[in-house]
Design a binder for this molecule. Structure first.
Ligand code: COA
Length: 171
């Protein structure tokens, strides 16, 4: 349960992207074929987890990108306290997945906390109101809901940076 996880920037020369299998073909394919191109293009930053330092076997990954939230998609109670920009800055957790044979070991939680921590740090340098994500199905929504992610007007979920700060300091 408490095995060590090393989370680092994807290194295409070392990390074995082709054999990662989280049980969702689209997320496997993203890591195998698109993650490198998107990081090279500056569209996403990709972080992978290995169980050994310097290891090549990926047990999980997530991506982060700059994003915006449309003001009107936010809950009324939050909007009232915000400056009147039609688009507000956020960070997108584009993808998060754990290898199927490692599900249920707490790795998803640890990757999510790593993504939250990285996002909070980044938001102190470049303003960002919240972490947002687009869950692929109801089960993924339920997973994020456990950490306090709330629905925006669309299918997107969001977690305000203020809540992330509280979650991280309560750990
Ligand atoms: C969703 C996913 C990342 C969870 O990873 P994991 O390592 O198995 O999660 P954890 O072991 O940290 O589980 C944390 C908690 O969430 C719960 N949980 C895990 N997957 C869940 C799911 N799909 N739906 C609801 N709850 C879930 C666990 O039961 C656990 O609860 P507990 O602490 O009470 O035991 C993993 O199942 C996965 O990679 N799925 C395929 C890709 C995917 O759906 N990604 C979601 C983003 S689109």
């Amino acid at each position: 349960m408490n095995s060590l996880l090393h989370i680092q920037t994807l290194d295409p020369t070392r990390h074995d992207r082709a054999n990662f299998d989280c049980g969702v073909p689209e997320l496997n394919d993203y890591l195998a074929r698109r993650a490198r191109k998107e990081t090279d293009a500056g569209v996403a930053a990709c972080f992978v987890a290995t169980e050994t330092e310097g290891g090549s076997q990926i047990v999980g990954y997530y991506t982060l990108s700059a994003a915006t939230i449309t003001r009107t998609s936010l809950p009324e109670i939050l909007v009232k306290k915000l400056p009147r920009y039609s688009e507000l800055p956020a960070i997108l957790l584009g993808r998060l997945a754990v290898a199927a044979d490692s599900h249920g070991k707490g790795f998803g939680t640890r990757l999510l906390y790593s993504a939250m921590s990285r996002s909070l740090d980044a938001s102190t340098e470049i303003g960002a109101l919240a972490l947002v994500t687009d869950p692929k199905d109801a089960a993924a929504s339920a997973f994020y809901g456990r950490f306090g992610f709330q629905p925006l007007a669309s299918d997107r979920l969001f977690l305000p940076m203020r809540d992330i700060k509280n979650l991280l300091s309560a750990r």
